[in-house]
Write a protein that binds this ligand. Structure first.
Ligand code: NDP
Length: 332
């Protein structure tokens, strides 16, 4: 296969709003280094973390091509280790950086062949997000059947999948979501109680959580909203309960005096997916579980919209403007 020397890509040279996402048509195609594959991307996932790197909330070297995951075809195999025996033409998914582009050079260690019967679209609708929620429900706090769980932003990319995983475990799920359409979507997944936390009635969602749980509070809160919800999450959790903060959609949680945790003996976790899938064995464990759930139809995927690469700024606006349900994708 002869490779082009330039490609379409979206470059960020300085931090800022969606306007810093620059669409290029003549960006150099990367060369795979030792232990890397060159992948011709088909679909790239858009994740909230991309906005943190764009704004500078999470520091990263610039210029940068955002995009932590994509599905596509192996276009070239770099020298060195290739334990999974990747070949040119294999359909693969990967976790790395540089996905907002036609081609990405990625480590063989975080790439995987996509099994037949799993589409690129379904996999990107559930890859980084799905692996995250599997680790959160299994390792960060091993959710048990019958436990009360409060899940914020339950209609979002991660939330849509997390609601299903929690219900499949047999947990009792209280979801929060902004607006009637999102509430209906989360209810359709079997959530026990869904609160529209942007409505007048749902504003006091802590009170509602207390009512539903007979005054006790929930066993665990999964909070990816951060700044706007962290105080309520501390109130809504039960004595000896756990709060899992895993994102900052509304801004980061301010520095937290640890003595705030003592009255109820609360445990706090601040996990990140990549910390759970560092080794190939850990990565494959969760990837295989995700493939099983997708192939058996147990995990439904919701794609908000597939945007062309040149419309990535609009995609970021929609994500940050709380306009989306499920996952936003880019076609490379
Ligand atoms: P989502 O599709 O969930 O989008 C974010 C959602 O957060 C919005 O749709 C909105 O839902 C809600 N939200 C609440 N307040 C705000 C606000 N002020 N501005 C914008 N959105 C707000 O995104 P993702 O699925 O990509 O990610 C979900 C969260 O999970 C993010 O915080 C992300 O950082 C985190 N994450 C963490 C990982 C980790 O390893 N720690 C890995 C993957 C994701 P609503 O309108 O219903 O309020």
């Amino acid at each position: 296969m002869s490779l082009p020397t330039t490609m379409k890509a979206v470059l960020v040279e300085q931090t800022g709003g969606p306007e810093v996402l620059q669409f290029k048509t003549d960006y150099p195609v990367p060369t795979p280094a030792e232990g890397q594959l060159l992948v011709k991307n088909n679909i790239c996932g858009i994740n909230y973390i991309d906005t943190y790197f764009r704004t500078g909330l999470y520091p990263s070297p610039k210029p940068e091509i955002l995009g932590r995951e994509a599905a596509g075809t192996v276009a070239a195999v770099g020298p060195g280790p290739n334990p999974a025996n990747f070949q040119v033409g294999d359909r693969v998914a990967w976790l790395a950086t540089g996905g907002y582009a036609e081609y990405s050079a990625v480590s063989v260690g975080k790439a995987v062949k996509i099994p037949a019967g799993v589409s690129d679209e379904d996999l990107m609708g559930s890859f980084l997000s799905g692996l995250t929620v599997l680790t959160l429900a299994k390792e960060t706090y091993p959710v048990q059947a019958g436990e009360w769980v409060l899940l914020h932003a339950a209609a979002g990319g991660a939330g849509f999948l997390m609601t299903q995983i929690l219900k499949s475990i047999g947990a009792k799920v209280i979801g929060t979501a902004g607006g009637a359409e999102k509430v209906a979507l989360v209810k359709s997944l079997g959530a026990d109680v869904v609160i529209d936390y942007r409505s007048e009635e749902g504003k006091d969602w802590v009170k509602k959580v207390k009512e539903v749980t007979g005054g006790r509070g929930v066993d665990v809160v999964y909070d990816s909203v951060g700044k706007d919800t962290w105080e309520g999450s501390l109130e809504a959790v039960k004595r000896k309960g756990t709060i899992v903060w895993f994102g900052n959609a509304s801004g980061p949680v301010p520095p937290l005096p640890l003595n705030k945790l003592s009255p109820k003996c609360v445990k706090i976790a601040r996990p990140t997916l990549f910390g759970y899938i560092e080794t190939r064995e850990e990565f494959e464990f969760y990837v295989n579980e995700l493939f099983r759930l997708l192939q058996s139809g147990q995990l439904k995927v919701k794609i908000h919209k597939i945007y062309p690469l040149e419309e990535v700024a609009q995609a970021h606006k929609d994500l940050e403007g709380r306009k989306s349900t499920g996952k936003l994708l880019l076609r490379a």
